[in-house]
Design a protein around this ligand. Structure first.
Ligand code: NAD
Ligand code: TDX
Length: 339
């Protein structure tokens, strides 16, 4: 089996590449990644010499390059992780989100139609369902929850999902979609909540919590997400959407307090800053379908996963230090100074 994994130099994509090469030693895994600010070739260093792995630096929006790769590799399966993924950046500059997340998805699926594949899998997000109110803990997102987005990021992901379902109905493309909750774990880019707070705390810098910090996210260890996608591409039903989440809802402020405690840093570092525009209140996934149909269950408890993750950042400063110097510093200053 040959699988093209797009966005495999990013956070979840790289964890998926490692999972697949490890679990299926006879599969060929091709990573197609543009290496945007969020992609990091050093992440893939451990597998670069694996004869079953190939890295290709291209843009999923570049039709010619994508078609050439499909001609060369004749993939059986495509798993599309490639995306602009940060909500705050989408609020500053929506356009690239529309290009990569919507047009890039269309280009990949056109290649799938032209060359033929057995499965196109779209990695989507719980954010396409919008948010839930904080005072209704009885409500959860199911696969039937209407699409109702808040940010340019989530709108671009929702646009892509609709296009994927349209390619299935119109052209019969064998697709599946997964919509996962917030991931955490190794190789999470430092702009996101958990790594940002860990790295700031290590430097005794302020921990910038948006608004009250009462917003709720539903956290899943990245390996559990990768295992769910593995199950869906092998056993999932074509044309179906699967929600992925582990019923692990936490407020942002509680997450930041846990990080302070684990690192032995004072909570006085916590600084409430201006809220995110259109900030979603609560995400909460109902994973009943993937559990009943495919037998998936999360394996890593948050209390263990967060310890492992913090330890990973402590042990892998060589990975994140080059990222937070350079261009990232300009981003940080723009987003956080005078907020
Ligand atoms: P990330 O930002 O860490 O990685 C994205 C990767 O895509 C990078 O390697 C980047 O170089 C690559 N990329 C971006 N534009 C590209 C283009 N035009 N062509 C080729 N490659 C391109 O993102 P992530 O957090 O790993 O998320 C991966 C996917 O999972 C995304 O589709 C995201 O919407 C989805 N998702 C993420 C989460 C989460 O909590 N991080 C949760 C649910 C769903
Ligand atoms: O500095 C911060 N302070 C803060 O309070 C940052 C970066 C975030 N936050 C808050 C905003 C959110 O309520 O923490 C929460 C998590 O923020 P992010 O890490 O930016 O994640 P989120 O916006 O929830 O989106 C993530 O999960 C769904 C991923 O980035 C998306 O790609 C995925 O689809």
């Amino acid at each position: 089996m040959t699988i093209i994994v797009t966005g495999g130099a990013g956070f979840i994509g790289s964890n998926f590449v490692f999972h697949m090469l490890n679990k299926y030693p006879d599969y060929r895994i091709i990573c197609l990644d543009k290496l945007t600010y969020a992609g990091n070739l050093s992440t893939l260093a451990p597998v670069m010499d694996n004869p079953n792995f190939r890295f290709v630096k291209e843009d999923i929006c570049d039709r010619e390059a994508v078609y050439k790769l499909f001609e060369e590799e004749k993939p059986d399966v495509v798993v599309n992780f490639a995306a602009e993924s940060h909500v705050d950046r989408s609020i500053e500059n929506p356009e690239v989100f529309l290009q990569t997340n919507i047009l890039g998805t269309a280009t990949l699926m056109d290649a799938c139609r032209k060359y033929g594949i057995t499965r196109y899998h779209q990695v989507s997000t719980d954010e396409v369902y919008g948010d839930l109110p904080l005072d209704r803990p009885d409500l959860f997102f199911t696969e039937e929850t209407p699409i109702h987005t808040s940010s340019p990021y989530s709108s671009s992901k929702a646009g892509a999902d609709l296009l994927v379902l349209a390619y299935h109905r119109t052209y019969g493309l064998p697709v599946t979609i997964s919509r996962c909750s917030n991931n955490y774990g190794p190789y999470h880019f430092p702009e996101k909540l958990i790594p940002l707070m860990v790295i700031n705390a290590l430097h005794d810098k302020p921990l910038p919590v948006y608004g009250t910090g009462e917003n709720v996210r539903d956290w899943l260890y990245v390996e559990d997400h990768c295992k769910a996608i593995d199950l869906i591409i092998h056993k999932g039903t074509v044309g179906e959407v699967y929600n992925i989440g582990g019923h692990n809802e936490m407020t942002n402020i509680d997450i930041v307090k846990i990080i302070c405690k684990e690192l032995g840093k004072p909570e006085s570092l916590i600084t409430h800053v201006g809220d995110r525009k259109g900030h979603d209140q609560r995400y909460a996934i109902d994973p009943t379908k993937i559990h009943n149909e495919l037998g998936w269950l999360p394996e890593t408890m948050f209390k263990d996963g967060i310890k492992k993750t913090i330890q990973w950042y402590l042990d892998n400063q060589d990975w994140w230090e080059p990222i937070i110097s350079g261009e990232y510093q300009n981003y940080y200053d723009k987003m956080y100074s005078n907020r």
